[in-house]
Design a protein around this ligand. Structure first.
Ligand code: FES
Ligand SMILES: [Fe+2]
Length: 363
């Protein structure tokens, strides 16, 4: 029998700091969608622990990421959360200026420093990869490519053509729970009959199959009970099926976790992307995007609210339970409990991956 993690993994500042160093600063983490960088010069900022990263599209159209610090005296370069850069980034302090590919191109009075070569002082780059229109960054100096880490399993996502989809609605949830409690909640449906009356009407909690149990990709399927049903509050599809979905897969719902911070729901007619940003041992920000096909959205009759509401209602039911769990595991009486192996084996595997990443022998 496998047991849940000890209290310190949900409450300790020290372990939270270790997680920043060994998990969130050393793995590919989702930070957003390529559609947020529609044009050259578009940028947004992402805070990861104490770090602040500029994610931008350069003049050649390439997405890039840099630490948001000046090479002169370390000042933050950009202070607005998002915006448009007109071809360069200028430090607000002494006006050192950087091209959008990171080169230092302008230093006031540089002729007075003959020994100074601006080529030696580009912005500090951060590794960035685009996968199906999702932006991943990795703060490790020379990370292995994302495809190497997740391997051939990533081919499973191809039919949804996530990179072609467009965000219709986004919601930020501020949840008073540890990020691992949220991942664990997403990774099992043992709680669905009692917690999710709306969702439970659509699919039987034991209908699914685990496909990936070892990580770094976790998850599997559930089956929509009605042959023509959809994942929405009414039980109808909100849109025609996505173009790549096979007829025999029209009743499947897929739930995946890309370790550490990316959660995906793949439905026949839409995709929901969850990006987790831990903020404290007991707080996590969850950004949720609902994605649909562009030609669906272009249809004037299209209304995503039925689908958005299903997941929003379900999310809020989940966040309540996550917050109640956070409160419970902080109790002096909490001593860990046994996972239900028929529905929660993925959670035990996830815990082990966390421990391995932290270099902890055993919880
Ligand atoms: S700190 Fe940026 S130009 Fe001086
Ligand atoms: Fe749930």
């Amino acid at each position: 029998m496998q047991f849940t993690l000890p209290q310190q993994y949900f409450a300790s500042e020290d372990i939270f700091h270790e997680e920043w160093e060994r998990i969130f600063s050393d793995h590919w983490i989702c930070v957003g969608r390529a559609e947020q960088l529609a044009n050259p010069g578009d940028y947004f900022l992402k805070t990861i622990g104490h770090e602040n990263i500029i994610i931008l599209r350069d003049q050649e159209g390439q997405a890039r990421a840099f630490y948001n610090i000046c090479r002169h005296r370390g000042t933050r370069l950009c202070s607005q959360d998002r915006g448009h850069l007109k071809g360069s980034i200028q430090c607000p302090y002494h006006a050192w200026t950087y091209a959008l590919d990171g080169r230092l191109t302008g230093v006031p009075s540089v002729h007075r420093m003959p020994e100074f070569d601006p080529a030696d002082f580009p912005l500090h780059p951060v590794a960035l990869e685009l996968w199906h229109g999702i932006i991943f960054i990795n703060l490790a100096p020379e990370p292995k490519p994302l495809a190497t880490i997740f391997g051939d399993d990533l081919a499973l996502f191809d039919p949804w053509r996530i990179g072609d989809l467009v965000t219709v609605t986004s919601i930020d949830y501020h949840v008073k729970a540890n990020w691992k409690i949220i991942v664990q909640n997403f990774s099992e449906c043992y709680h669905c009959p009692v917690a999710h009356p709306e969702f439970n009407r659509l699919t039987h909690f034991e209908s699914g199959a685990t496909i990936f149990e070892e990580g770094p990709l976790f998850g599997g399927t559930m089956i929509i009970s009605r042959p023509d049903g959809g994942a929405s509050l009414s039980g109808q599809r909100s849109a025609p099926p996505l173009q790549g979905i096979a007829v025999e897969a029209l009743q499947e719902l897929h739930f995946y976790h890309l370790f550490p911070n990316t959660l995906l729901i793949l439905a026949p007619d839409h995709v929901v992307l969850y990006t987790l940003t831990p903020q404290a041992p007991n707080r996590t920000m969850i950004h949720c995007d609902w994605l649909f096909q562009p030609d669906t959205i272009a249809n004037s009759d299209f209304d995503a609210s039925d689908t958005v509401q299903l997941w929003d209602v379900t999310n809020r039911q989940d966040w309540f339970l996550c917050e109640q769990t956070q409160l419970g595991v902080q109790s002096r009486a909490y001593a860990g409990g046994p996972y239900y192996e028929f529905q929660e084996s993925v959670l035990a595997a996830f815990d082990q991956r966390v421990l391995d990443a932290l270099g902890h022998d055993a919880a």
